[in-house]
Design a protein around this ligand. Sequence first.
Ligand SMILES: [Zn+2]
Length: 88
Amino acid sequence: MEQYCPRCHEQQVFKASHSNVARHAGLLGMLIASSAASYSCPTCGKIALAEFPEEFQSSIKKKRTFMIVGAALLLVGIIAAMAFLELS
Ligand SMILES: [Zn+2]
C-alpha cells in the first residue's frame, strides 16, 4: 500500500522489516513481528502509527485483526489435527 509520510509529505513510507527476528521465531513469530511492524520514512525515520491519517490507521488495524484471526484459526487447525492423530 502506498502511503506518503505524514511529516514531509514527499516520501513514501515503507514497512520496517523484522526479517531476522521472523526467521528465527518461526511462523508465529513472523505473524507477531508483522503485526507489530512499524513504518519508516527514508527522510524522517520511524513514524508512529498515530501520526498517519485515520483512514490508513484503520486499514492497518483491519489487516492486523485479520492476521491474528488467521493465526488463531491455524493454531486451532493444528491442534485439531494433532488430536485427531492421537485418537486414530
Ligand atoms: Zn518523511
